[in-house]
Design a protein around this ligand. Structure first.
Ligand code: MRU
Length: 386
């Protein structure tokens, strides 16, 4: 997508394809800067400190983290060390494990001399696949948007000529390599002239909605309005939201959805008001090894993310400020789980399906985690002479 008219991806390479760069998302929306990841340790730091974030981008950064390790030292020990370091960065997004497993399967089957090229090639193809997958999610989501807009026009309910979409957090292009998942249908709808307007929830505590989704949508010219997280129930109850679409960090094989904390109460309010609640779920975000959302590890982050906020003051100076009495104890749960019964449908790259084991099984076949890694991860490059 474009930044000031210049096309960017959230992660990209330069020079001979060996220099890895990412957008520093901790500085947005106030500063746009890219940063070079020079080592596996840099990649692990970038994921842990949320320089990059969003499940698909975490997976892509991990893949490049492995490539950087193979460049420095292609031995088995180095591969194991890099895998362990990256795997320990963030616990909830299953794309991290998916990318590391697929890279491990590929690289362990090669000699050390073949690994650097293969690892970079793997990471590059993982990124291209992510872009294709998201574009495809966009097309399936666009079908949903068109249907809802058509039905809304027929009802001609007071001023509802525009399609009002609500989203949470940032499941946008910044959270992926490009397009985003939940945002892909918004971009396509806007581009084809469907009058789409997005309610952006600020997404406490880190403000991914306020800082990132608003910025992205603004760069692309998609009309949007920022609201506090707690305003969602009011808007839903007054008929001001036609459809909700969010991303996911991990969806179980039976359709329970872990996503940014606040998603579950949003789904409850949507259900109570009869508003469809969709989850954009690319296949690498599906954890085929578990059914019950209660088994998903929920990340707990530094309480300072709750007790302090960061922004720009009236003089344009960036500052952190404390918003609670000094010494207040705070807890910072980063994700919650929305039970499948509240999900109207999963928008995957293969189409839209119900959030249940049978529908997911039909869509993707009965897959194990490892088989998914093999079937949806980029194919290994041909062996020399093979
Ligand atoms: O903590 P974050 O910012 O990494 O959380 C991101 C989300 O919850 C997204 O909705 C999810 O990763 C899907 S991104 C396409």
């Amino acid at each position: 997508m474009n930044v000031g008219g210049v096309p960017y991806r959230a992660i990209f390479t330069e020079r001979d394809g060996r220099e890895v760069r990412v957008i520093d998302q901790t500085l947005l929306p106030h500063r746009f800067e890219t940063i070079r990841l020079k080592s596996t340790a840099d990649a692990a730091w970038a994921i842990r400190d949320m320089i990059v974030r969003g499940a698909p981008l975490i997976g892509a950064t991990a893949a490049y983290g492995i490539a950087l390790a193979m460049r420095a030292d292609p031995s088995d020990a180095s591969l194991e060390r890099a895998t362990a370091l990256l795997a320990g960065t963030r616990p909830t997004a299953v794309n991290l494990r998916w990318a590391l497993e697929a890279a491990g399967v590929l690289l362990r089957g090669l000699s050390p001399g073949e690994r650097e090229d293969a690892a970079y090639d793997f990471a590059a193809r993982l990124c291209e696949d992510d872009v294709r997958r998201n574009r495809s999610i966009g097309e399936h989501g666009l079908g949903i948007f068109r249907d809802i807009a058509r039905a809304g026009r027929q009802r001609a309910s007071g001023g509802a000529r525009q399609l009002n979409v609500m989203t949470h957090c940032n499941a946008g292009w910044l959270a992926t390599v490009d397009w985003g998942t939940a945002t892909a249908p918004m971009y396509l709808a806007h581009d084809e002239g469907l009058r789409v307007h997005v309610w952006v929830r600020e997404t406490r505590p880190r403000f991914q909605g306020a800082g990132l989704t608003s910025w992205e949508l603004g760069q692309h010219g998609v009309p949007h309005t920022l609201v506090s997280d707690s305003a969602a129930g009011h808007l839903l109850s007054r008929g001001k939201v036609d459809v909700v679409i969010v991303g996911t960090d991990r969806t179980t094989a039976a359709g329970d959805v872990a996503n940014k904390v606040g998603t579950y109460p949003l789904a409850l309010a949507a259900r109570d008001n009869g508003v469809p609640f969709y989850v954009a779920a690319p296949s690498p975000s599906i954890d085929w090894s578990i059914d019950d959302g209660a088994s998903i590890p929920i990340e707990e982050r530094d309480p300072e993310e709750v007790t302090r906020v960061w922004g720009v003051d009236e003089e344009g100076v960036e500052r952190h400020v404390r918003v609670v009495p000094e010494g207040t104890r705070a807890a910072n749960y980063a994700f919650d789980v929305t039970p499948r019964r509240l999900v109207t449908g999963l928008v995957t790259e293969r189409g839209v399906c119900a959030a249940d084991r049978e529908a997911l099984g039909k869509m993707f076949g009965r897959q194990t985690a490892r088989a998914t890694a093999r079937s949806t991860a980029p194919r290994p490059p041909p062996r020399p002479g093979g």
